[in-house]
Design a protein around this ligand. Structure first.
Ligand SMILES: [Zn+2]
Length: 202
């Protein structure tokens, strides 16, 4: 039997069409799965705790955007959730609206199609309803810089904080380059060291 070019084209289109139809049925309902059993292309619902978050913050340490959220389940497997541009603002809002905000240790659920990149499982999130908090576990408060001047300050570009207004080193920092902390504990927790001059005066 000799196939004409047209027949071949129609057969190809038919195969593609069947593929699309079966794929849309296939991805209708996500399957609850463990991370270590995942394969590329699986459409799944994963529950795990946040192991780390790659965030971009502004000068007051408020979250500006999220590069990815890494979650881990009880099988020890991990997976990264990459938000699309479309979902970024609503995801940042969702993360910040809890008090304290959603962070490492909290249990979350994500729905999506598994992709594998360099051996890492990835879900691209482009619908906010596919990400939700299941249980708040981490109640540590957020450390923010004070938006208004306090007596505890540092240079944006340094790692030393001052507590005396007229400190011989501190007073050289231009107003535009200053950041302010609510407390010395906050400064220490953000890895700032107390100025030796300020320390010696108290
Ligand atoms: Zn000082």
């Amino acid at each position: 039997m000799k196939l004409s070019e047209n027949k071949i084209i129609y057969m190809c289109l038919g195969v593609v069409l069947i593929g699309i139809i079966s794929l849309s049925f296939y991805s209708f309902e996500p399957e609850n799965r463990k991370i270590k059993d995942l394969k590329e292309g699986d459409f799944v619902r994963i529950t795990g705790h946040i192991q780390s978050m790659k965030l971009e913050r502004d000068e007051y340490r408020h979250i500006k955007s999220i590069k990815y959220i890494k979650i881990m389940d009880d099988t020890g497997g991990d997976l990264r959730i990459y938000p699309s541009k479309k979902v970024m603002d609503s995801l940042v809002e969702y993360i910040k609206n809890y008090s304290p905000s959603i962070k490492e240790g909290d249990v979350v659920q994500v729905i999506g199609i598994i992709q594998v990149y360099n051996g890492i499982y990835i879900i691209h999130l482009d619908d906010i309803s596919n990400f939700k908090l299941i249980e708040k576990k981490n109640f540590e408060r957020d450390i923010y810089l004070s938006p208004t001047p306090t007596g505890i300050y540092a240079s944006k570009n340094g790692k030393t904080y001052h507590t005396i207004k007229d400190c011989i080193y501190g007073k050289k920092i231009a107003e535009d380059n200053r950041i302010y902390f609510y407390s010395e504990e906050d400064a220490e927790e953000l890895n700032y060291k107390k100025c030796k001059y300020c320390a010696s005066k108290k």
